[in-house]
Write a protein that binds this ligand. Sequence first.
Ligand code: NAD
Ligand code: IPM
Ligand code: MN
Length: 353
Amino acid sequence: PAALKIAVIAGDGIGPEVVAEGLKVLHAAVAGEGTTVETTEFDLGANRWHATGETLPESELAAIRQHDVILLGAVGDPGVPSGVLERGLLLKLRFELDHYVNLRPARLYPGVATPLAPHVLEGKELDFVVVREGTEGPYVGNGGAIRVGTPHEIATEVSINTAFGVERVVRDAFTRAAARPRKKLTLVHKHNVLSNAGHLWRRTVEAVNAEFPDVTTDYLHVDAATIFMVTDPARFDVIVTDNLFGDIVTDLAAAIAGGIGLAASGNVNPDRTAPSMFEPVHGSAPDIAGQQKADPTATILSVAMLLEHVGLDKAAARVEQAVAADLAERQGADGRPRSTAEIGDAIAARITG
Ligand code: NAD
Ligand code: IPM
Ligand code: MN
């Protein structure tokens, strides 16, 4: 593209620190591509809520829609009631912009330490991607509470699974599996207990499989999936799962693939009816915010996904290669942990040369 318009929502906690490095690397990677990058910063998150009580006004959502893509840092703050920003800003963006594919790759880069026992990956590779449904499940807010605070309180959060919503994300996952060498798709659910939703997911996978005959499928209950993620994660190629299971297994996937500081994601609208949003899997990390202790690599790898999404494949590859080179040498560093900006500088410098 001649111009790339990016809506930037740095957000809370470590969000601004990691987004600064993401943008630094993005500018380095795009230089010479003949693409002008135009960023618009949106002041959304805890500060905005404290100042005005707003989380995501309609006018701002409309302005965000005018961009090609969104880069987001993190949302959530201990000084704001839990859920206000998460629901009112982050999930609102995912739902309103129809980010039905929440793409979360897990890959163990050479040189990166993993908590897995050494024999687990002997002769094998950890390289899979979770296609997490992004617009349904227990996240839709279909619940309520009565008799709150009494011994008779009843609280519900009903998981919504529509044939339309399940089918479109399953088809996307099959498409991704078909494009990968191993062509394997694992459905992760819990149909032994959550039978209504589980059987819809299972029937949908069976039906869509007919369109992708060269993709092999299997199934794991989510609890068993967490076992295999620790004992044999190389068995996974593409995982498709619902919104909540996907949230949980992708933090585990991040942990085995070198830590939450490396885990990237894309909230993708495959139909391109609205901008997709790229963000690290991690949150605002209040425990280390403002100290330049956060690892910006997850955001930088999210920038690579962003660049690929807009068709800047070479720029995306430059970012990924620079990250891989930086990761390969980390353990050999002098032992002093680098600051957030130092890591961003080092990765940008590898691109700029
Ligand atoms: P978290 O991911 O913010 O932090 C979990 C742990 O990981 C913390 O110890 C933190 O210091 C560490 N960590 C996270 N990112 C790191 C990085 N880049 N480098 C080094 N260490 C890192 O999860 P949490 O503590 O459960 O949530 C904190 C807040 O963030 C909450 O308000 C939560 O709702 C919100 N949250 C937002 C998002 C998002 O914006 N997408 C994702 C998860 C959590
Ligand atoms: C994530 C986060 C969010 C989620 C929260 C903050 C709403 O945990 O992006 O993984 O559950 O999707
Ligand atoms: Mn999460």
